[in-house]
Write a protein that binds this ligand. Structure first.
Ligand code: URA
Length: 240
């Protein structure tokens, strides 16, 4: 196996060779591409990131669905890539799937998702309509804990590729893990609100995570201020 094949296979994108006389049900079964063959060469994080950086949407979907790069894959039902308009001007990034998202394969479909939809509605936006919603990590952290830094770091190339493919006009980080992932630095929400940061030329705004707002109702007024700020960023440009 050459180096490229080895990398592809590690990412779950390798060819799934089958014997010609295998029964139909065995052929239809999921490929064993996600299981590491014993002779497999280790793939560096840089090689993996370089490969992800060249993927189109179909390859990205397949790679995320089959990813075994961190321990979060062990307890997930499915990986959750994201939802919405893949040419959206508005990109909202949360932390990671919860139980309902893990079940349904779509981000923000539980209680926090209902609040996010209401927040979008408040500024005239709608899930799927010039809006894309994703997460810093694609697999549910057990017991909905905050993802570990190594987990967000391992998943980061997937989010980077999503951003490159979508080319949003504004990225909105929902909560600290999303903000820290996007800005690759320590971030405090309280001191980052109402400011614009930069991710490779794309402006990034930071606000509270909807799940946090469900537990901290007084901060909803601040979130409303943030939404007005976010909406205002779009009012002078194409994102209206
Ligand atoms: N919280 C998140 O950060 N993302 C989801 O998809 C759901 C809840």
């Amino acid at each position: 196996m050459n180096r490229r094949e080895s990398i592809l296979r590690e990412m779950g994108l390798g060819p799934s060779w089958q014997l010609r006389d295998r029964p139909a049900e065995a052929v239809a079964a999921p490929a064993a591409a996600t299981e590491m063959p014993p002779q497999q060469a280790p793939v560096s994080a840089d090689d993996r990131a370089a490969l992800i950086a060249k993927m189109d949407w179909d390859q990205l979907k397949a790679a995320v669905a089959d990813c075994r790069a961190c321990a979060l894959c062990k307890a997930r039902k499915q990986a959750v890539l994201g939802v919405g308009d893949i040419e959206a001007d508005w990109l909202f990034i949360g932390e990671g799937p919860g139980a309902e998202e893990d079940e349904r394969g779509e981000p923000f479909v539980g209680q926090a998702g209902k609040l996010l939809d209401a927040m979008l509605d408040a500024i005239g936006l709608k899930r799927g309509d010039n809006v894309y919603i994703g997460n810093a990590v694609k697999c549910r952290p057990p017991s909905n804990r905050t993802p570990e830094p190594e987990e967000t770091a391992t998943c980061w190339p997937f989010l980077q590729r999503q951003i490159e493919l979508i080319k949003p006009k504004l990225i909105i980080a929902l909560g600290r893990p999303a903000a820290q992932t996007l800005l690759q630095s320590e971030v405090k929400i309280s001191s980052s609100r109402g400011r614009l940061f930069d991710y490779q030329g794309t402006p990034v705004a930071v606000t509270y995570h909807p799940a946090y707002l469900l537990r901290n109702l007084p901060d909803k007024a601040r979130a409303w201020e943030d939404l007005c700020f976010i909406r205002f960023q779009g009012s002078g440009s194409r994102i209206q």
